[in-house]
Design a protein around this ligand. Structure first.
Ligand SMILES: [Zn+2]
Ligand SMILES: [Zn+2]
Length: 385
């Protein structure tokens, strides 16, 4: 079958010593420390065979993720930007929906012809992190499209425990096609859901929500804030095209944070109260934290979803005076994220279609990934015949 494969050189940075486990498995725990000179190569690879408990899937749609872009791009020293686990060579792509073709023994509920959305965090399920409700922190985590074969391919094999049926959504919308596209958005939206509602504990209806960064994670946060009953949703984004998408998603005010200090705008727009929940999806903590620390409402929360290796000073005294809290999160597994987002979609209570700003056929995947480097789109989707 045709696939887009990420390859790179194993060349640990000076000063970084890979663990014995990394050396033995050739899985870099932090790709950005080890993998150099990445390239995306279209090639023929063997068709996957579903193991016990797995199904063979025909991929129908797949989102281009910022993490894919971070494996395609490299820093000044040639290292990939992505800091998660990667084992090369690997077929890329993880935000996918698909049709079940074949069912191996041990599969309980899936049948050929069903449509599914897939989780991309392959947690082990038996370690202490997994068994205490932290599957995204599983030390044995594999990630589809990074350390396990991905969906920039015609077919993929996946375990039933990572798949959710899209059939009720397709039925509700009267369109398999729309369900396949919306389903491919669940993974990035679930990262926002996990951060806002699982890790940070959510906000009360009527609260003010502020989102920093309007890439897919920030856009998902805007839609979720609306669905969860926010009284106002404000967003900050430097790229004009993404500000326009944030507006289409239902944000009440979208600002360029370089034009005026975000904290002042937030105080002004909330009549002095501040933000009950702030979502940092910009990965620009050095710039956003000085604003965030001045914008907490009493009891306000912030969740950090962006990534940066830089230290950002924070005046922690504000956590005392405002009884505020800072949470962090990664991933989309567990916490009911996938099924609850699906239910919101089935009830047509999650307004996310404006997120999809561009579509490419699978045959033009490389062009789609190159386009993602502009960072002007919401979500770029690949469609497969
Ligand atoms: Zn993703
Ligand atoms: Zn585990």
């Amino acid at each position: 079958m045709k696939a887009i494969v990420l390859d790179a050189e194993w060349a640990p940075r000076p000063g970084y010593t890979p663990s014995p486990r990394e050396l033995q498995s050739r899985k870099a725990t932090m790709a950005s420390q080890v993998l150099r000179h990445p390239r995306f190569v279209p090639m023929e690879v063997p068709d996957p065979t579903p193991a016990h408990g797995q199904v063979l899937l025909k991929v129908r749609a797949c989102g281009v993720c910022g993490s894919d872009t971070h494996c395609y791009e490299h820093d000044a020293d040639g290292y990939v930007l992505f800091s998660g686990p990667v084992r090369v060579p690997v077929t890329v792509g993880h935000e996918y929906t698909a049709e079940v073709l074949e069912v191996a023994p041990g599969v309980r509920n899936l049948r050929p012809g069903m449509l599914v959305a897939a989780e991309g965090m392959l947690y082990c399920g038996v370690c202490e992190a997994c068994r205490t409700g932290h599957p995204n922190q599983c030390p044995d985590l594999d990630m589809v499209g990074f350390s396990s074969p991905g969906a920039y391919a015609e077919y993929i094999a996946a375990s039933e425990r990572f798949l959710w049926s899209l059939d009720p959504l397709a039925e509700r919308l009267g369109s398999a096609d729309r369900a396949l596209e919306l389903g491919a958005l669940i993974e990035p939206i679930a990262c926002s859901y996990n951060g806002m509602f699982v890790s940070a504990g959510g906000f009360a209806p009527g609260g003010n929500v502020v989102v920093f960064g309007c890439g897919p994670i920030g856009l998902g946060a805007i839609a979720l804030a609306r669905a969860a009953g926010a009284a106002s949703v404000l967003a900050f984004e430097t790229i004009p095209e993404r500000r326009a998408v944030a507006e289409a998603m239902g944000a009440d005010g979208v600002y360029d944070p370089r034009e005026a200090p975000a904290a002042e705008i937030i105080r002004d727009r909330t009549r002095g109260w501040g933000a009950d929940m702030m979502v940092e999806a910009a990965g620009a903590a050095v710039q956003t934290m000085p604003q965030i620390e001045r914008a907490f409402a009493p009891g306000g929360k912030m969740v950090y979803l962006g990534r940066t290796g830089l230290r950002a000073p924070v005046m922690l005294d504000v956590l005392v005076t405002q009884a505020a809290s800072i949470a962090g999160a990664r991933g989309h597994a567990g916490g009911g994220c996938f099924p609850r987002i699906l239910r919101l979609m089935e009830a047509e209570r999650l307004h996310v279609e404006p997120m999809i700003t561009r579509r490419f056929p699978f045959a033009r995947t490389l062009e789609a990934v190159a386009t993602s480097c502009d960072r002007t789109d919401g979500k770029i989707l690949l469609r497969y015949d």
